[in-house]
Design a protein around this ligand. Structure first.
Ligand code: C6P
Length: 430
C-alpha cells in the first residue's frame, strides 16, 4: 500500500495512505457517473451501503463494455483478422494496465482470473500441490474469508499439511504483530492473509508481515479483495509473492479478477487448468506449456472483463487512489462514531484506522431483521456471516449487520442510515 509505508495509529490499526488528500475532489459530482444510484427503492432514495459485496459501476466502465461488443468483439490470440487483432490488443493492454496499477515489475506477472476466489484456488492447486508437503504448515489469520481458508483446507487434505491461524484480539479485530514470530515456525511454508477484513474493517500491516515471513523463506499471498480500488496498492512495496483481487469490488465487472504472481514464483508453478490458449504444442500423449501468464489462462478468456477492468482502473486513478482511501476511511470513522453513540449496539473492528465499513449487532435484534427493515427504507446493507464463519465463531456470534461504503457515498447518507437504525431499535422495543 502506498503512499508508501502505511502509518500505524494509536489504536494499532493501519491506514491505507496518508490521511491528507492530495487534491480536492468534488465527491458529490462523482455520483452522477453512477446511473444506478439515482433511483428509489421501496419509495425511498437508494442508499447503497453494500459495497464490500460489490461496488457499483461508473458510466465509463459500462461504455467500455458496450463499445467492445458493438465494435471489436472477436476471440483473442487466434484469428489474423482485424477484429481479433483489436480484441487481442485491448486484452493485452489491460494486462499492461493492471501491472501498472499494482506496480508489478512486468505484465507477465499478471494473470487474469474470475476473481479473488479463483486466484487463491489457482495458487493452492498449482503452486501448492507442487510445493506443500506432509508436515508443512499454511499460516492464515482468524479473520480470513472462506475464499482464503477452504482452498488451503482442500490442499491440506490432499497433501497432509496443516493449517494454523494468527489470532485476533477480540472484538477490536486486530492481529498482534508482537506474536508473529511465535507462529513463523520452520514448518510454515506459506503465509496467506487478507489485507482488509470484510467483516471487521481491519487494515492489516501486510508489508511488515510479508517482510518478516520472507526473511524466513516463507512464501506469501495477500487477499486484496477489499483493498484493491480502495487505496494505492503496490505489490513491490508489500513484498508479497502472490496477490489476488476481484474487479467487481473496484468499479469493474463481476466474474473477473487479477492474480499477481512474482516472476520467480510463476516460473516454478505448473499449469492450473488445461485447454486451449495455454499450450505451446499438444501431442497424443503429452503437451508443452506457454510461459506465464498464458500458461495459467486456459480457454477463451473474459475479454470484455479485461477491457472493463482497464476502464475501471483508469477511472479510479482519475480520482486518485490516495484520495479514495482518505474519503473511504473518513466515512468509516464517521459511521463508527455515530453508531457508537446509540444504546444497545455492539460494534466490531478497530476504533481507529479502520477501512470504510462497519459491522454491528443490535441487542435483541437479528442481523437479518436489521437488513430487511433497513431495505424498506431504501438502505442496502448486508447481514450474515459474510463468508467469515470461523471469525464469527471467534467473536462468539452467528452473524453481523454490515454497512460498507465507497467514494460515492456521503455523510448525509450515513446520517440517514443511523436514523434508520435508531428507528429499527425503537420498532423492536429497544
Ligand atoms: N466478500 C463480501 O460481501 P470474490 O467472490 O472471489 O469476488 O471475492 C471473495 C472474497 C475474498 N476475500 C475477501 C476479503 C472478500 O471480502 C471476498 C468477498 C464479499 O464481503 C462476498 S462474501
Amino acid at each position: 500500500m502506498t503512499d508508501r509505508a502505511p502509518a500505524e495509529n494509536h489504536a494499532g490499526g493501519q491506514r491505507l495512505t496518508a490521511m491528507h488528500p492530495h487534491q480536492a475532489v468534488n465527491w458529490p459530482a462523482l455520483r452522477q457517473d453512477f446511473p444506478i444510484l439515482d433511483q428509489q427503492v421501496h419509495g425511498r432514495p437508494l442508499i447503497y451501503f453494500d459495497n464490500a459485496a460489490t461496488s457499483q459501476k461508473p458510466r465509463a466502465v459500462l461504455d467500455a463494455l458496450v463499445h467492445y461488443y458493438e465494435r471489436d468483439n472477436a476471440n483473442v490470440h487466434r484469428g489474423i483478422h482485424e477484429l481479433s487483432n483489436r480484441a487481442t490488443a485491448a486484452f493485452e493492454a489491460a494486462r499492461v494496465r493492471a501491472a501498472k496499477f499494482l506496480n508489478a515489475r512486468s505484465a507477465d506477472e499478471i494473470i487474469f482470473t474470475r476473481g479473488t476466489t479463483e486466484g487463491i484456488n489457482l495458487v493452492a492447486a498449482a503452486w501448492g500441490t507442487k510445493f506443500i508437503k506432509r508436515g508443512n504448515k499454511i499460516l492464515l489469520t482468524e479473520m480470513e474469508h472462506h475464499s482464503n481458508i477452504v482452498p488451503w483446507q482442500l490442499l491440506a487434505e490432499r497433501t497432509g499439511a496443516q493449517l494454523a491461524y494468527l489470532p485476533i484480539n477480540g472484538d477490536r479485530g486486530l492481529l498482534e504483530p508482537g506474536r508473529l514470530d511465535e507462529f513463523l515456525t520452520s514448518d510454515v511454508k506459506l503465509l496467506a492473509m487478507t489485507h482488509i477484513s470484510n467483516s471487521l474493517g481491519t487494515i492489516n500491516p501486510v508489508a511488515e508481515y510479508c517482510e518478516r515471513a520472507r526473511r524466513r523463506g516463507i512464501v506469501t499471498l495477500i487477499d486484496a479483495a477489499q483493498s484493491a480500488g480502495h487505496g494505492p496498492l503496490d505489490v513491490q512495496q508489500i513484498g508479497c509473492d502472490f496477490l489476488a483481487l476481484s474487479a467487481h469490488k473496484m468499479c469493474g465487472p463481476t466474474g473477473f479478477g487479477v492474480l499477481y504472481g512474482r516472476g520467480e514464483r510463476l516460473a516454478e508453478t505448473p499449469p492450473y487448468q488445461g485447454g486451449g490458449e495455454m499450450i505451446l504444442s499438444v501431442d497424443f500423449q503429452q503437451s508443452t506449456w506457454k510461459p506465464a501468464p498464458h500458461r495459467f489462462e486456459a480457454g477463451t478468456p473474459d475479454i470484455s472483463g479485461a477491457i472493463a477492468l482497464h476502464a475501471a482502473m483508469d477511472y479510479l486513478d482519475g480520482i486518485g487512489r490516495g484520495n479514495i482511501a482518505h474519503h473511504d476511511q473518513e466515512l468509516g470513522a464517521y459511521a463508527f462514531e455515530k453508531l457508537s453513540a446509540l444504546p444497545g449496539i455492539r460494534l466490531f473492528g478497530p476504533t481507529m484506522g479502520r477501512a470504510g465499513l462497519v459491522s454491528f449487532l443490535l441487542d435483541g435484534v437479528h442481523a437479518h431483521d436489521v437488513v430487511t427493515v433497513a431495505d424498506r427504507s431504501g438502505v442496502a446493507l448486508r447481514g450474515g456471516h459474510h463468508c467469515n464463519q470461523p471469525l464469527m465463531k471467534r467473536l462468539g456470534v452467528e452473524s453481523t449487520a454490515r454497512a460498507s461504503f465507497y467514494f460515492y457515498n456521503t455523510t448525509a447518507e450515513i446520517d440517514r442510515f443511523v436514523e434508520v437504525i435508531r428507528e429499527i431499535q425503537m420498532f423492536f422495543g429497544k
